[in-house]
Design a protein around this ligand. Structure first.
Ligand SMILES: Cc1ncc(COP(=O)(O)O)c(C=O)c1O
Length: 433
């Protein structure tokens, strides 16, 4: 480990940017909690909270009107959207927001439902979160054929498993950049190129919900048609975000009312009343956050380069935590690790799911919880992954998910508890029923 990373990890300069962590995360403090359920919900740096307060205090006016105040507010919210676009490297393409990733992919499937005809085919990866399976399956009612793309034993989507499924009737292929149970990193760019080599008109929809919190997204580089994620899992406000190429948004009917401008993507896909504008404004705080990670003065300018370099620092932090934890699990024959067996952040992120040979995930979660370690257990709505890997849905897995703000001390504490789990779990009930 290089000196600068070692210094950064042992210092708390990133952690101190998160007000919530000063209260709950400190190991050693009696009330201190270590948060290892970040894949469900991450914490927010103060810059974003500050921006939310700034909005409510100074800019809380209606948008889209001709008065100066309204114009200013509209501009400020539009430029907050620009930060999201830069984050994804979306260029001039379209980004819409919604209540959740689940809702946005549901809307996308409804929109495609209007143009697909019986016999059209959709390929759906079984390593998807169920939110990116059920909406497509529902199109079977109108004669659309669904084909399942199986992942490899290590959890990756590989081209060999989809080749026989792609044909001239294939309209959509959808898979995850990273699964919420397996933690693998799929090579979207290569997969999309190979799929297009078989059928050039296929629309590719990628779920980035568990990738964006760990690795820098680049939708233009992977060249997908649609990409969605949940910004609240990536230290940002509570939205679902859907990127799509303009030409692809143009090819599906919008879901706004009949009188609304069909070329206004926001009216057509952010349907209903205005958003939580303060939350949207908070995206400006990401610029401050990324600059601070790089130990640079805060600037109002966000560039792609700043985002890419900030992610490089975050990845180095996370790599250190992953290596420690994966090496521990692999050294213990009582633990079965799901997903990639590698500890390299090139092939996986810090989403690490496992089972113990005799102690249930529920018991492990309870023991962790009583030691102020917040892990997650269950099927994680990754039903088809569980089915394929022989994980009973009522048993599930233990999932530990890191963010770059977790510390080595926290991971050591978790390892200490898991190392003594047989002894610590003796009096814990087997389930909560
Ligand atoms: C991989 C993945 N996709 C989508 C979602 C759904 O996100 P949301 O809660 O915003 O609907 C989740 C939630 O955990 C997820 O892990």
């Amino acid at each position: 480990m290089s000196n600068d990373i070692e210094q950064a990890i042992t210092s708390t300069y990133i952690r101190d940017l998160f007000p919530a962590l000063s209260g709950v995360g400190l190991v050693g403090s009696k009330s201190g909690w270590a948060l290892f359920n970040n894949a469900a919900c991450s914490q927010t740096p103060h810059f974003l909270i500050d921006r939310e307060i700034e909005y409510v205090t100074l800019h809380n006016f209606n948008t889209g009107e001709s008065s100066l105040l309204s114009k200013q507010t509209t501009e400020k919210l539009d430029s907050a959207r620009d930060v999201i676009k830069l984050w994804l490297n979306a260029g001039d393409e379209i980004v819409v927001l919604g209540q959740s990733a689940t809702l946005l992919v549901r809307l996308l499937a409804i929109a495609y439902g209007h143009i697909l005809v019986p016999g059209d085919e959709i390929i759906v990866s079984t390593s998807n979160h169920e939110c990116n399976i059920s909406p497509w399956l529902d199109l079977q009612k109108q004669g659309v054929v669904i084909r399942f793309w199986e992942f490899t034993q290590d959890g990756y989507n590989c081209i060999d498993n989809v080749t026989s499924l792609v044909n001239s009737r294939t309209k959509i292929v959808t898979f995850s950049n990273t699964s919420n149970l397996l933690g693998e990193v799929n090579n979207c760019k290569e997969l999309i190129q190979d799929i297009r080599a078989m059928n050039n008109s296929v629309v590719v929809v990628v779920d980035g919900a568990q990738y964006v919190p760990h690795k820098c997204p680049n939708v233009q580089d992977i060249d997908c048609n649609f990409y969605f994620f949940a910004s609240y899992k990536a230290c940002a406000p509570g939205f679902g975000v859907l990127y799509g190429k303009r030409k692809d948004f143009d090819s599906i009917p919008g879901l706004g009312n009949r009188y609304q401008d069909k070329s206004n993507y926001l009216k057509q896909f952010e349907i209903g009343g205005p958003f939580q504008a303060g939350n949207l404004f908070a995206f400006h705080g990401l610029t401050d956050y990324f600059n601070t990670i790089l130990r640079q003065p805060i600037s109002t300018v966000c560039t792609r380069d700043i985002i890419v370099r900030a992610y490089q620092v975050m990845e180095k932090f996370e790599q250190f935590l992953i290596t420690k934890f994966i090496e521990f699990l692999l050294s213990k024959s009582c633990y079965r690790l799901f997903g990639p067996k590698t500890s390299s952040i090139k092939g996986r992120v810090g989403i690490i799911s496992f089972q113990h040979s005799t102690i249930s995930p529920y018991k492990i979660e309870q023991v962790c919880s009583s030691n102020n370690l917040y892990v997650r257990q269950g099927h994680l709505q990754a039903y088809r992954i569980c089915e394929r890997l022989g994980i009973a849905l009522d048993v599930g897995v233990v999932r530990v998910s890191f963010m770059h703000y977790n510390t080595v001390e926290e991971v050591d504490k978790l390892i200490g508890v898991l190392d003594r789990i047989e002894e610590l779990a003796v009096d814990v009930p087997a389930s909560n029923s």
